[in-house]
Write a protein that binds this ligand. Sequence first.
Ligand SMILES: NC(=O)c1ccc[n+]([C@@H]2O[C@H](COP(=O)([O-])OP(=O)(O)OC[C@H]3O[C@@H](n4cnc5c(N)ncnc54)[C@H](O)[C@@H]3O)[C@@H](O)[C@H]2O)c1
Length: 251
Amino acid sequence: MRLANKIALITGAGSGMGRSTAVLFASEGAKVAVADLSDQGIRETVAEIKDKGGQAIGLRADVSKSEDVQRMVAATVEQLGPPTVLYNNAGIEGESAYLAKMPEEAFDQVIAINLRGVFLGMKYTIPHMIKAGGGSIINQASIAGLIGVRGGAGYAAAKAGVIAMTRVAAVENGRYNIRVNCICPGAIETPMAVRIRKGVEPRQQAINRISVLERMGRPEEIARMALFLASDEGSFATGAPFIVDGGWTIL
Ligand SMILES: NC(=O)c1ccc[n+]([C@@H]2O[C@H](COP(=O)([O-])OP(=O)(O)OC[C@H]3O[C@@H](n4cnc5c(N)ncnc54)[C@H](O)[C@@H]3O)[C@@H](O)[C@H]2O)c1
């Protein structure tokens, strides 16, 4: 059990990569706090974990709202103990439009959830991690934070911001035995990917262009990177963006 005695708080754990990671972490012995906006998503993930013999609680929270995040962290501490693993995974794809046509509200919304949400998650969890003697924070970035992606001005800015903020948090908290890393997934087959793909172009054509492996990634292939970073196997990794993209960024 690679996460025995760990308490993991995972946002956006009601779907996609967050759910896969929650299930994997629980199977490795972590007690998992499943946080999401969607009650149904929370219920399904918690049920899957419990069916497999793991431990989990469900917490409804909007990561862009300070009160929600504070409540989410307090409930985790109260019901499971101080989180020693935090995966700030919740995010939205946001509206896709070229920058000059991007509505201001759409830009603000994706920044609020994908960037401010990560800030709030770290801000309110770090004091508990310090008291617990350390931990591992994993932030969900994207290769959109590294390369140009048409139609995603707000999304890309948020993800680049997550990569930058990860470095700041790592530098500030290394002395407390807290490691902070981020993952930059490529195209991963999740409900979000299905929404993005809708009506864009023939599926295989798109996939061939975005992966030298000529397929999309599976959520569990990101969950396994998160497991490495959350566990003691990743004990010397901090401040880094871990690219798991099937080769998109080398094309
Ligand atoms: N799918 C991809 O190809 C891909 C690639 C790179 C990065 N990402 C990032 O990975 C993360 C997870 O994406 P996914 O593909 O699993 O998506 P998904 O849509 O399947 O899951 C995202 C989850 O986050 C939740 N969520 C959305 N807004 C929230 C909020 N304000 N507060 C709390 N929860 C909220 C949703 O309810 C959902 O359960 C996101 O940050 C996304 O930007 C996805």
